[in-house]
Design a binder for this molecule. Structure first.
Ligand code: OFO
Length: 172
């Protein structure tokens, strides 16, 4: 059975993942309104991934005999600046999420909850990928920022991203 300290911190993270989804939806709407449909698509897929993460954590709490704790989801900003600034905000958000995930991993170790530690390890690795992807987008956006043609190419490239449920076929 999962300890209350981990129910609390994982429930907080469920909320944070859903906030991440809200944040990326707001960024997606911002990009869409600015005419960047491909970048809007990339951010929309990102939002769907965050919802999958939140749901996956919720399921872990239940499977381990805990009762998830619910709370209000914060309202995201409505405006995010230019495309480079959008991706800089993605990167700083993901870095903040990484810190949160590491704190959960540390708590799971302290509580000797090996099942939650094994569970959260997937997210430790996922955050490495998330940060690399965001860093690459910041670098690309910095290179093309003042060139509408190159920005258009970046937008077209990001239209190709599709959502793949990271937990499809996996009950845990
Ligand atoms: Fe949930 O992975 Fe990004 O934040």
């Amino acid at each position: 059975m999962i300890k209350e300290s981990l129910v609390k911190t994982l429930s907080d993270q469920v909320n944070a993942e859903y906030y991440s989804a809200y944040l990326y939806l707001a960024m997606s709407a911002h990009a869409d309104r600015a005419g960047f449909k491909g970048i809007a698509n990339w951010l929309f897929v990102q939002a769907r991934e965050e919802m999958a993460h939140g749901t996956h954590m919720y399921q872990h709490i239940l499977e381990r005999g805990g009762t998830p704790v619910f709370a209000d989801i914060k309202v995201p900003p409505a405006s995010f600046g230019n495309i480079k600034e959008v991706f800089e905000k993605v990167l700083s958000h993901e870095r903040m999420v990484t810190e949160r995930i590491h704190k959960i991993a540390t708590l799971a170790q302290q509580e000797q909850d090996h099942a939650t530690y094994a569970f959260i390890t997937w997210y430790v690795n996922e955050q490495v990928e998330e940060e690399v992807a965001a860093e690459e987008l910041v670098a690309k956006a910095s290179l093309v920022a003042d060139n509408p043609g190159l920005l258009y190419n970046l937008d077209t490239a990001l239209a190709a991203r599709t959502f793949i449920d990271p937990f499809a076929g996996n009950a845990g």
